[in-house]
Design a protein around this ligand. Structure first.
Ligand SMILES: [Zn+2]
Length: 158
């Protein structure tokens, strides 16, 4: 796992403060250490270790730091990359995108929660996956909380 020691900025790239200002000293006690490092220090969980990598449970994936809805199981797909992969977020304004030069000269697009600014993962485009957007939103399991769809709904109605 790699991460930077510096806390994430509390405002979006355009200077708007995040709607939810999290207190890291409180969060640190609420989250397990790996989730805290990933969400608040931009770390990455090890490939193929996350609890949601191959999960097919129907439901909604919320931000583990603030609870905002980020992704849905209907846009999740098996990429084989070792992290939960989606082809789109639940709403385009649920997330913010930032240029990540930490692996320069390779430039990646970092994905953060638009409500609280916590780090979620990265998005890659044009890799040729057979998905409607040709995008792979590569998200850490520990950044998410799966809220399974109520079991009394009819199966197969999607
Ligand atoms: Zn959040």
């Amino acid at each position: 796992m790699s991460y930077s020691e510096s806390p994430l900025p509390n405002q979006k790239p355009d200077g708007t403060p995040y709607r939810i200002q999290l207190d890291d000293s409180i969060l640190k006690n609420q989250l397990d250490p790996l989730a805290f490092e990933v969400l608040r220090h931009g770390g990455t969980e090890r490939a193929f270790t996350g609890e949601y990598t191959d999960t097919e449970t129907e439901g909604v994936y919320n931000c583990r730091a603030c609870g905002a809805e980020l992704f849905r199981s209907s846009e999740k797909f098996h990429s084989g990359c070792g992290w939960p992969s989606f082809y789109a977020p639940t709403k385009s304004d649920a997330v913010v995108l930032l240029e990540d030069r930490s692996l320069a000269p390779r430039i990646r697009t970092e994905v953060r929660c638009a409500s609280c600014g916590s780090h979620l993962g990265h998005v890659f485009e044009g890799e040729g996956y057979d998905v409607p957007t040709d995008q792979r939103w590569c998200i850490n399991s520990v950044s998410l909380n799966l809220q399974a769809r109520a079991s009394n709904t009819k199966p197969g109605d999607s």
